[in-house]
Design a protein around this ligand. Structure first.
Ligand code: F6P
Length: 521
């Protein structure tokens, strides 16, 4: 990035930007919103509360051209192997192209539709012949967070035939054990969701679930009725014993954190019905078309990505807060933590050389009104400069007087916070002084439904891709998570052998304390 001609221009421009107060941009141009927003049907991105001028935006757009962003977008959509360290394409956009489906994708959609239909119409029955009432998705990372986030958000508009959905991800086992106490083995179905089908978190939970069913079921055949596998790994699904018509496939060209668009989205399809799942894909596809075909200056995903680059690399901001003003988006921040930081948390460029610039924000977040009473203090008066994304919906989720009241209250709070962070307020008492100048985007969607949620997720996916192109890094691998997994297996062996002698003193000290505590009890 720092070898591109516009990098120096932007560095130069950032000197003046760093000394300017964001509010001065509104004073100079009272109609600032009109020149600093972008839209497509269903979404307005207001970035007028960013510390950026037209000249700086122009230089950022030039940087994108110099980084050959258009060529990279084409490579992504044409299925080239953009994930070069794993020799794979990143084909999530192909999954939502319902007009031109790949034959292998159509085949799995049909299989998924059939399974959804069997569950909805109570044809899929457990070992005792009773119909399935509860479905538990066992998976972690991309095999959990996307479906969890989406099904939580869309709970209120689910198909009347939908079973109750539950999600289990944590390998400590407590979450699953607590859940099992509330369920009946006769009527519970488990989805074992794992791209690799080798993840110890998921496989250990699946084994506990299997033992639970086995302890109630009179036969192996009966037990297997209670499990569906979703994976790229047929061999491992067969070894586990999953029935052929209980196996759904996806492909290595679908990244884990992009897999909710594939058969990993089975729980979404169960909740929304196949038509609802299709409108989720369609919303994402509308964003794909917008991203691929809209000039950069009007392109919401490109602008969102470039604004982050401006903030991170030129204005020295490291934190990004995700602030949805809708409790239905409770899990959005967790989902984006993986999408953003597993993608762009990299320190080498595509050629494998160390980069000497920042590559990824530290992202966190919370439902806005709750966050106001938690960490907003830091944003208003702390020493950290933070960029925030406010997410808001124009339509209320109901039409009674109370719905309208709550909706207006919510809008007022969202707009009050972004305005207060921008404008600040001088106080005679330093403790009551608000510096202001904290930058934010507001993403205003028409309403929260399957289609607009698809659009929101695809918007972030593409903005992450835009940033990766500017930073010249591969956003589609995640080697960083492998080392910890390997060491965990080594330590597990040491624990089982009760011998930590060749480990570092911190690990030894903690293990010894654990063993002493266990011996005392
Ligand atoms: O944590 C690393 C990771 O590989 C994620 O990228 C992935 O979403 C998660 O583990 C789960 O992997 P799998 O779906 O193969 O079980």
């Amino acid at each position: 990035m720092n070898k591109l001609p516009s990098y120096d221009v932007l560095k130069q421009l950032s000197q003046q930007a760093k000394t300017r107060h964001l509010a001065s941009l509104f004073n100079e141009n009272p109609d600032r919103f009109s020149g600093f927003h972008a839209k497509l049907p269903g979404l307005v991105l207001d970035y007028s509360k960013q510390n950026i001028t037209k000249e700086e935006r122009e230089a950022l757009l030039n940087l994108a051209e110099e980084a050959k962003l258009s060529e990279w977008i084409e490579k992504l959509f044409k299925g080239e192997k953009v994930n070069h360290t794993e020799g794979r394409a990143a084909g999530h956009t192909a999954l939502r192209d319902l007009q031109n489906p790949k034959p292998e994708v159509s085949k799995e959609w049909e299989k998924m539709e059939h399974l959804v239909d069997r569950i909805h119409t109570k044809q899929l029955r457990g070992f005792s012949g009773k119909a399935i009432t509860d479905v538990v998705n066992i998976g972690v990372g991309g095999s959990d967070l996307g479906p969890l986030m989406v099904t939580h958000a869309l709970k209120g508009v689910r198909s009347p035939l939908a079973p109750e959905l539950h999600f289990v991800s944590t390998l400590d086992g407590k979450q699953l054990q607590r859940l099992l106490k509330t369920l009946s083995a006769e009527t519970t179905l488990f989805i074992i969701a794992s791209k690799s089908f080798t993840t110890i978190d998921t496989l250990s939970l699946a084994k506990t679930a299997r033992e639970w069913i086995e302890s109630h079921s009179p036969s192996k055949a009966g037990t297997l009725q209670h499990f569906i596998g979703v994976s790229t790994n047929t061999e491992m699904m067969n070894d586990w014993g999953l029935l052929p018509d209980h196996q759904l496939l996806f492909w290595d060209w679908v990244g884990g954190r992009f897999s909710l668009w594939s058969t990993i989205g089975l729980s979404i399809a169960l909740q929304q019905g196949i038509e609802g799942f299709k409108s989720f894909l369609q919303g994402a596809n509308e964003m794909d078309l917008h991203f691929r075909n809209t000039p950069f200056k009007d392109n919401t995903a490109v602008l969102l990505g470039l604004i982050s680059v401006w903030n991170i690399n030129f204005l020295d901001l490291a934190g990004q807060a995700i602030l949805p003003y809708d409790s239905r988006l409770k899990y959005l921040a967790s989902y984006l933590e993986q999408l953003v930081m597993e993608s762009n948390g990299k320190h080498v460029n595509r050629a494998g050389e160390n980069v000497n610039y920042r590559t990824c924000p530290i992202l966190w977040g919370e439902v806005g009104p709750n966050a106001q009473h938690a960490f907003y203090q830091l944003m208003h008066q702390g020493t950290e400069r933070v960029m925030a994304d406010f997410i808001l919906y124009a339509q209320a989720h109901g039409n009674t007087e109370r719905h309208t009241f709550h909706h207006n209250l919510n809008i007022a709070n969202c707009l009050a916070q972004s305005r207060a962070l921008m404008i600040g307020q001088k106080g005679d008492d330093p403790h009551k002084d608000y510096p202001g100048g904290q930058v934010s985007n507001t993403l205003l969607f028409e309403k929260l439904d399957a289609k607009h949620l698809g659009m929101l997720i695809a918007l972030y996916e593409h903005s992450v891709f835009v940033q990766s192109v500017i930073w010249d890094i591969n956003p589609f691998d995640q080697w960083g998570v492998e080392l910890g997994k390997k060491i965990a297996l080594e330590i597990l062996q040491k624990i089982e052998a009760k011998d930590a002698s060749d480990l570092d003193s911190s690990t030894q000290g903690i293990l010894q304390t654990i063993w002493d505590t266990q011996n005392e009890n």
